[in-house]
Write a protein that binds this ligand. Structure first.
Ligand code: GRF
Length: 205
């Protein structure tokens, strides 16, 4: 019942998963210098690097990535700041057991620079979303969301920090629901069995 986590960078969501006791069997990065690799190593979690730039095509990279993932036979694959677009073939291979966290209240602001775009749009609330990954980038059934206020004077950095604190709360929680078999997907919508809130509304500045 283990989880393989894919990262590209700092790894603060990975850290939150480990702190929450999520059973992470391996961490794989497409960048050799990713800070999250050191976090994993310190905790005795297996690490691997599959460098995308060493492969001629996305398909070849994704095939090598899948080989590395499958060595650990995970129940679930969690993207945590993994900055590569995955091929439809890869997504299909892990259908129903591939999840991501995105720093916006999807379906608003898919893609990059979400915090700056929320500020530019004058949004009064912003947040993050844990969702199943489907072939469409930053779409897919929503498992959990957290919202935070956008405050006067916010910069992309202050807003990102407020959102990130909520990411660290809802991502481990959503993974636990998955591992406990509590998630039901019906008509593209996710329900959690039992009495669990899929929306966290934080008013913390
Ligand atoms: C997070 O904001 C996440 O939502 C986004 O990339 C960032 C990763 O941060 N997909 P970290 O590497 O987990 O610290």
């Amino acid at each position: 019942m283990s989880v393989v986590v894919l990262i590209s960078g700092r790894g603060s969501n990975l850290q939150a998963m480990l702190d929450a006791g999520i059973p992470v069997s391996a961490v794989i990065s497409n960048r050799p210098g990713a800070g999250g690799l050191a976090i994993a190593a310190r905790r005795g979690v297996a690490t691997a690097v599959v460098e995308h730039r060493r492969f001629p095509t996305r398909e070849a990279f994704d095939a090598a990535l899948a080989d590395e993932i499958d060595r650990h036979a995970p129940r679930l694959v969690a993207l945590a700041g993994f900055m590569r677009v995955l091929t439809p073939g890869f997504v299909a291979r892990y259908a129903g057991r591939l999840v991501n966290i995105h720093p916006s209240l999807l379906p608003e602001f898919p893609g990059l620079a979400t915090h700056a775009r929320a500020l530019a749009a004058g949004a009064k609330r912003h947040g993050c979303t844990v969702h199943f990954v489907t072939a469409a980038l930053d779409h897919g059934p929503i498992i959990a969301q957290a919202s935070v206020p956008v405050l006067p004077g916010d910069t992309a950095e202050t807003l990102a920090a407020r959102v990130l604190a909520q990411e660290h709360l809802i991502y481990p929680r959503a993974l636990r629901w998955f591992l406990d078999g509590l998630l039901v997907v019906e008509n593209g919508k996710v329900r959690v069995k039992g009495n669990h809130a899929q929306l966290v509304a934080s008013d913390r500045a």
